[in-house]
Design a protein around this ligand. Structure first.
Ligand code: UDP
Length: 338
């Protein structure tokens, strides 16, 4: 069985990917500092898969401790999810974001170099495209300056990876640019578990659905879109997880550096999401229209042809399934994972 290191493997996307990796015969080893994830996720992964991955509760910037992990295992590849991810918070705490996200990536790359682990899959984001001037967004389009430090760290880690592969052509790095992952594991055991008030749309809607919050605020309905609300490309987190397995298969071909969008290729407005959620659950989601949120782009959706053609991957699950899975997770874990 191929051992793969998964940083941030207890988080929302990391944990779903760990499950999918196990189901595809890989042997994931998790490192997570639990700064934004619960240790209980590990048992839940075991409940779903019957397999308990090795887990190290460490900060990947702790060189010595990460060194021990590399020494104990023989990794075929690293999947790097770990990082701070709250856009608004990154504006308030830029140093923490640069220090954690860049420091983490550099520490990881240094150890990969030392142990000659030459395959990396990095969680990048559609945020690197900035405010789209042309749609759909294609991997060949230029990166723009990010509107916040979180996005800037994604851009910088992409650049660092590119420079590293240029200098070390025997390395393989796949940058996966995620669009908007939503949903949860259908078992309701794993899902998005934000601390405090959710920043993202779906967790917020789910908390309204179970009565934890009384209504959703829609951030602006005066955008130049058919219903005036922002459009995003929402994909089921399990589809996203499968995208990583497809990328791991691709990496065996030694592709050098490649970039893939992971999205559905289809955009939905905030109001369409509310409707889909209501149809999936039979519930009413009360909402109010509020002001625009700073930094939001009006429309963003992926071009998915490259991933289809080269990774043989496409998002298969419906928006309704994702809404229902998100709701069931929230209902079963009203106060998050414990
Ligand atoms: N949104 C909203 N109300 C909320 C949270 C989000 O109207 O409470 C909107 C937000 O303006 C954006 C979309 O939902 O248009 C998706 O936001 P999210 O933060 O989930 O993802 P983003 O695309 O910003 O990374």
């Amino acid at each position: 069985m191929k051992e793969v290191l998964v940083t941030g493997g207890l988080g929302f996307i990391g944990s779903e990917t760990v499950v999918t990796l196990i189901e595809h015969g890989y042997h994931p080893v998790i490192v997570d500092d639990c700064s934004n994830a619960k240790e209980a996720v590990l048992e839940r992964i075991e409940t779903i898969t019957g397999f308990k991955p090795s887990f190290y509760k460490i900060d990947i910037r702790d060189h010595q401790k990460l060194h021990e992990v590399f020494k104990e295992h023989s990794f075929f590849a690293v999947l790097h999810f770990a990082g701070f991810k709250a856009v608004g918070e990154s504006v308030q705490k830029p140093l923490e974001y640069y220090e954690n996200n860049l420091g983490g990536a550099l520490s990881l790359l240094r150890l990969m170099k030392e142990f000659m682990v030459k395959n990396l899959i990095f969680s990048s984001s559609a945020t690197v495209y900035g405010n789209p001037t042309e749609l759909p967004l294609l991997e060949t389009m230029e990166r723009k300056e990010a509107t916040n430090p979180y996005g800037e760290t994604k851009i910088m880690i992409e650049r660092i990876s590119e420079d590293y592969v240029k200098a070390n052509p025997e390395w393989n790095v796949i940058l996966l640019r995620y669009f908007n992952p939503i949903g949860a594991h259908p078992s309701s055991l794993l899902g998005e578990d934000p601390q405090g008030i959710p920043n993202n749309l779906l967790p917020y809607v789910s908390q309204v659905a179970i009565g934890k919050r009384d209504h959703l605020t829609v951030f602006g309905n005066d955008y130049d879109t058919p219903d005036g609300t922002c459009i995003r490309d929402y994909l089921h987190v399990l589809d996203l997880a499968e995208g990583h397995v497809a990328a791991l298969k691709k990496i065996e071909e030694k592709p050098g550096l490649e970039i893939y969008n992971l999205g559905t290729g289809h955009g939905s407005s905030v109001l369409e999401i509310i409707r889909a959620y209501e149809e999936a659950t039979g519930l009413k989601i009360p909402y109010e229209i509020g002001p625009r949120r700073a930094g939001d782009v009006p429309v963003c959706y992926a071009g998915v042809e490259k991933a289809k053609k080269e990774l043989h991957w496409e998002a298969k699950r419906s928006l309704k399934d994702a809404c229902l899975d998100a709701y069931n997770f929230q209902k079963r874990n009203p106060d998050g994972i414990k």
